[in-house]
Write a protein that binds this ligand. Sequence first.
Ligand code: ATP
Ligand code: MG
Length: 412
Amino acid sequence: MKQSLLFVPTLKDAPSDAEVKSHKLMTRAGLIKQVAAGIYSYLPLGYRVIKKIEKIIREELDKIGASELLLPALQPRDLWDESGRWDKYGPELMRLKDRKDRDFCLGPTHEEVITQVVRDYLNSYKKLPLALYQIQTKFRDEMRPRFGLMRGREFIMKDAYTFTETEADLDTWYQKFSDAYTAIFKRCGLKTRIVSSDVGQIGGDEADEFMVMSEVGEDLITYCTDCDYAANQDHSKLNDGDDCPVCGGTITTAQGIEVGNIFKLGTKYSESMNAKVINEDGQHIPVIMGCYGIGISRTLMASVEQHATDKGLLWPDEITPFHIHILPINVNNETHMTLANTLYTSLKEKGIEVLIDDRKERAGSKFKDSDLMGIPYRIVVGKDAKNGQVEFTNRYESETSLKTIEDILDFF
Ligand code: ATP
Ligand code: MG
């Protein structure tokens, strides 16, 4: 892709309300732009990363046998009355009326809608299990939207729901989702810790959260330094220095960003909304549900927070908006441009995503933008072009060396 055609409005200064590194850099690097508190536009560079995260999620969920659908964001009150949540949800629910004065909300989550979708279809246990997911925009009128995409009022989520006949089948799906999540976050370049959590607003039996340990996280995690025990402090009531309830080791606390979670819902929604099947003994029983969320826009933010330096971003390999950034120092120099274009074409032919900075900007500002954007491999075409050489930087290793076109094509 030619940078002259890519809309990347980089900024010298971060917006004054940006408190954390990821928010400052995401804005300065031209990935997102705020529209109102907690509401953002995803600009081309940022949206490329979002699409990559979505692709990873789709691949891993398709692998476990979940199928994708798309539910409406606009939901009628009746469904929320059936579950009892219209009254319970509180001010986070974005409520509105249609022209006939009927109540609607913009979905903060989709338990009601998905239950409505499957309940007429579900007659026999033979239709089970079902595992469905969607990638969609969610709306929550958060009390304190902040840290850019970390806590938005409009954000992108992957939500999934399972319907099973037995608790044992739910356990199986719960484990499948847990394993898929571990794979997804790993591919997004994130180190996560699975933390047992309070079920909170959603209600149900058992839940786990996927946490990225980070100083800017809003959750406090208690975990054992000797074994795998970890719990959200809301749930565990343990403190620094306490004994681990599992192995007797020492408990430590640290902050974490919740990027995903999985819940065993049980029959909360299937009972209130009458989603039943006839089992082998001919009895009508409510189906057992599980729900599974990933904050896609928050995952993007957490990745930036985990990988960026104060100078700029650095993208993990699988979600980087481009793999290689080619910077010809002087676009009016024919030698520079011929070499840069040859590299650009040959790398693209190999299926590599390449961005070439063909803008008529000064070298200094090209370097600054490139540092900000954090594409992992950079090729500078400058004074050594006359000898067929370019300056190659692997930013994961912070290494720079002179290379020929052949060296570079070999490397990739
Ligand atoms: P939190 O405790 O952070 O409010 P939650 O428990 O309300 O999260 P869920 O309702 O389970 O979250 O939503 C699933 C996922 O969606 C979360 O794990 C998180 O990654 C993401 N998420 C939730 N609220 C927001 C938000 N306001 N902005 C961005 N992402 C969010
Ligand atoms: Mg919440």
